[in-house]
Ligand binder design. Structure first.
Ligand code: NDP
Ligand code: 5RP
Length: 486
């Protein structure tokens, strides 16, 4: 029996994707560097469908129908290159290597170019949804050649998540486009989680609402325009009790957030393509600060907040009613900041599309994120509607779409109050506040960048433009300070 597809790398994601493929009627050849993982999968879930057990990559390749499709699900980075190097001599023209891990898009571009020269297809595929999504239907963002999608697309669409019956899988663009879109998805995921964390911290620190009670608040919020997977699971994490101590789990977990790289890459790429992804970058930095535990131990004992930190929640917010108002303010600040994160992520997709020659369709990308992935949220339907127009008629920024502009206006007073309260009482809210600054920066008619230009011209003769005439100018700062054409 020839297998339809081979999967190499059977850890969390590979094993569950293999099972998903098998459950959908495909015969799946299995391979893992250490055979024990292959056998463990077969023993536990061999009944899911038709599997072919293999011990070597040569056996894996031999078991496949043509064109061969090999899905690599190993750790991102050097292991992917190593598996590709082992696979290439075993494959023939037209065969397809698929990398479904979180690979860096520049590496995907390099790998695609080098394999294209060998007449092999290389498809970088963004997969989101974690363990559960991989098994029951992830959001899938494939790149690579359009031709390879003709062969691969039906299979990927079949195993993907469905939203109102539509697959959350579509070809997004050539070479590294799939991994780029997944990277931006993860950047938004970082910001989304950070704003949830900021809301939690503010409600606890300023209004005295403890984790178990907050679980109810988040559950309630999940019935509003914030409805999303991350809000839903926040209530579950917050109500989880630690078995050993009986305390909320969130109080016994070390407050250092890990990161595997995709958020950092998003921030770096934002800088490279000139797209100000401040919410995403601040979220990455927030994880970095959280990991500076030694420094934090010293500064915690040394730095003062400059305010009376012994004030109780009641002293800060008065009556329970005031605290209810504060909770509603925080909800609005969270929603507005979340919109900024999406707006920035989508903006950077446009900038990257221009940089790398990808025709990224924002409406289609929003549709892929509606189910199966970590950032799935009700608001993605509205985002799709906002981009339901030819490119030249689409809003230049998500926040300009009438429905979101209105929503931001509705949230603004609350957003400002929350950022002010955070600053007043010394609670860090880097994404709430930087998102508000981003909004205000876009909104302002004049920015202090004019002064920056003046300073650059003063110390480095970097020149400037004028608002009232064409040309490039320089003031002779060290001479008579007259202006000359530069
Ligand atoms: N976990 C998640 O929720 C998500 C993960 N991803 C991405 O999917 C990919 C797979 O993730 P995950 O399933 O968590 O697995 P891991 O990233 O933990 O990788 C483990 C797998 O890689 C294999 N491996 C490591 N080094 C090599 C090597 N040099 N040669 C061959 N095989 C090697 C391991 O084999 P062995 O068993 O022999 O050690 C094992 O099968 C990663 O890129 C990850 O970032 C994407 C979305 C969600
Ligand atoms: O891709 C994912 C979800 O979409 C993975 O879970 C990824 O590991 C998340 O990133 P990080 O580990 O840096 O938080």
């Amino acid at each position: 029996m020839s297998a339809h597809i081979g999967v190499t790398g059977l850890a969390v994601m590979g094993a569950n994707l293999a099972r998903n493929l098998a459950r959908n009627g495909y015969t799946v050849a299995l391979h893992n560097r250490s055979v024990a993982r292959t056998d463990a999968l077969l023993q536990a879930h061999g009944g899911d469908g038709d599997f072919v057990r293999t011990e070597t990559l040569a056996e894996l390749v031999d078991s496949l129908e043509r064109p061969r499709r090999v899905l690599i699900m190993v750790q991102a980075g050097a292991p992917v290159d190593s598996v590709i190097a082992d696979l290439v001599p075993l494959l023939d023209e037209g065969d397809i290597i698929i990398d479904g891990g979180n690979s860096f898009y520049e590496e995907t571009r390099r790998r695609e170019e080098s394999l294209r020269a060998k007449n092999l297809h290389f498809v970088g595929v963004g997969v989101s949804g974690g363990e559960e999504g991989a098994l029951n239907g992830p959001s899938i963002m494939p790149g690579g050649s359009k031709e390879s999608y003709d062969s691969l697309g039906p299979m990927l669409e079949k195993i993907s998540a469905k939203y109102n019956g539509e697959p959350c899988c579509a070809w997004v663009g050539t070479d590294g486009a799939g991994h780029y879109v997944k990277m931006v998805h993860n950047g938004i995921e970082y910001a989304d989680m950070q704003v949830i964390g900021e809301a939690f911290d503010l409600m606890r620190s300023l209004a005295g609402i403890e984790p178990r009670e907050q679980a109810g608040v988040f559950r309630e919020w999940n019935t509003t325009d914030l409805a999303s997977y991350l809000i839903e699971i926040t209530s579950e994490v917050l109500e989880q009790e630690d078995e050993t101590t009986g305390r909320p789990l969130v109080d016994v977990v070390v407050d250092s957030a890990g990161q595997k790289g995709t958020g950092r890459w998003t921030a770096i790429s934002g800088l490279e393509v000139g797209s100000p992804v401040t919410a995403i970058a601040e979220s990455v930095f927030a994880r970095s600060i959280s990991s500076q535990r030694e420094l934090r131990a010293v500064t915690n004992a040394t730095f003062s907040a400059g305010v009376d930190e012994t004030l109780s929640a009641t002293e800060k917010y008065g009556s329970a009613e005031d605290r209810q108002d504060f909770v509603e303010d925080v909800r609005k600040a969270l929603y507005a900041s979340k919109l900024v994160a999406y707006a920035q992520g989508l903006d950077m997709l446009v900038a990257a599309g221009e940089e790398y020659g990808w025709e990224l369709d924002l409406k289609a990308i929003a549709s892929l994120w509606r189910a199966g992935c970590i950032i799935r949220a009700d608001l993605l339907d509205t985002i799709m509607k906002a981009y339901d127009a030819p490119r030249d008629q689409q809003p230049k920024n998500l926040l300009l779409a009438p429905e979101f502009n209105e929503a931001i206006n509705e949230c603004l007073p609350a957003w400002r109050r929350v950022v002010a309260a955070a600053a007043t009482y010394g609670v860090p809210a880097p994404v709430f506040s930087s998102s508000l600054s981003y909004y205000d920066s876009l909104r302002r008619e004049r920015l202090p960048a004019a002064l920056t230009q003046g300073l650059r011209d003063y110390f480095g003769a970097h020149t400037y433009k004028r608002v009232d005439k064409e040309g490039t100018f320089h003031t002779q700062w060290s001479g008579d300070r007259s202006e000359i054409d530069a």
